[in-house]
Design a protein around this ligand. Structure first.
Ligand code: TRP
Length: 339
């Protein structure tokens, strides 16, 4: 595979919701259609283990993320779709990188610092309370994901930018130490245009706030949730400010520019909240009814997912082999006459 590699992973920590689609899944699907890029997209299941201890649940989240990714347009014949846990080299490389990482680099990582700060604020005696080594070394595993596949571009949200920079730093240390280009230097791609999507209570859509709109649910359940979206007390006939409306923002994320304009006009003309909600529900149906059907088929036949995972594993390991070979030779481990 000669073209430039774009790689990203998503952590399977819940059932996919509209916020995940807008922020993570849709951008990768769009990138996957670019002929000048080879996409590597994976389920970061071992990253999820830092906080999730129910095995059946982790497996279900991984399957549903893969099923969602494909149902929403990722073509596994065109991109490499795989599970992180299927690639043993990732974990081998994570150790090598650990040996090159100053401890202070991990101390400065955001996720770890946030936990420390929380502990301090809550008056915990141990600042490292609730920090397992998986959380602490999270950026090392992520650097291994990225460097192993020779990724040039890594599309991520702002919150992950620092992790990509850590990967780049480690790649530089390593290349400098051995005085050759063993790793490609990765670069984060931050899409500034993906606005943060609000949930039904108006705060950022997130599973932890329980304000999310799941994608693969029954019509009835979605309809109920849409009817619950927070609005102000303006009445039918009152002109409404679209920018201040959660309904409008979610609607916009699912709609083309013409539809958005029509909706904005309806707001100026004083559309009733009830009617705006029905329009949003309709748009939800238009967007997700067909993907939902494909998703349900995958979930009913996980063998189909297994075949895709197995193909993705073979392709990803093939991609990883020469990189890992260079690493082993450089550090001086493994068979002498590896071909
Ligand atoms: N840490 C990322 C997140 O929480 C997921 C992830 C794991 C990832 N490995 C990666 C993203 C490698 C990009 C590249 O969103």
């Amino acid at each position: 595979m000669a073209s430039t590699i774009v790689l990203t992973g998503i952590k399977p920590t819940g059932m996919p919701h509209v916020g995940n689609w807008v922020g993570a899944i849709r951008p990768t699907v769009e990138l996957s259609h670019r002929p000048d890029r080879q996409g590597f997209f994976f389920i970061a299941d071992y990253h999820a283990l830092t906080g999730l201890r129910d095995g059946a649940q982790l497996r279900q989240y991984s399957d549903s993320l893969a099923a969602a990714w494909i149902a929403l347009g990722l073509d596994p014949q065109r991109s490499v779709l795989y599970r992180q846990s299927d690639i043993p080299e990732v974990f081998e490389l994570a150790w090598v990188l650990a040996c090159f990482s100053p401890k202070g680099l991990m101390n400065r990582a955001h996720a770890y610092k946030a936990q420390i700060q929380k502990n301090t604020e809550e008056g915990q005696e141990d600042v490292d309370h609730d920090v397992n080594m998986g959380l602490y070394t999270y950026p090392l595993l992520m650097a291994a994901d990225i460097l192993l596949m020779g990724a040039t571009y890594v599309p991520v949200g702002r919150d992950q930018q620092q992790h990509v920079e850590i990967a780049r730093d480690l790649a530089q240390y390593f290349n400098r130490e051995y005085n050759r280009e063993i790793f490609t230097l990765p670069e984060a791609l931050i899409d500034e245009s993906t606005a943060v999507l609000p949930g039904i209570d108006g705060r950022k859509m997130s599973k932890s706030y329980n304000n999310h709109l799941p994608i693969f649910e029954s019509r009835e359940r979605i309809h109920k949730l849409v009817l619950r979206i927070a609005t102000d007390s303006s009445r039918p006939g009152d002109p409404k400010d679209p920018q201040a409306s959660t309904i409008f923002q979610i609607y916009s994320a699912l709609s083309n520019p013409d539809q958005v304009q029509t909706m904005a006009k309806a707001y100026q003309d004083g559309i009733a909240w009830k009617d705006a909600k029905e329009m949003l529900f309709q748009q939800f149906e238009n967007t997700f009814a067909a993907p939902n059907q494909r998703y349900q088929e995958f979930m009913a036949h996980p063998e189909a997912l297994d075949r895709i995972f197995s193909q993705g594993r073979d392709q990803a390991r093939q991609q990883a082999a020469p990189v890992m070979d260079r690493v082993r030779r450089a550090v001086g481990v493994g068979a002498r006459n590896r071909s």
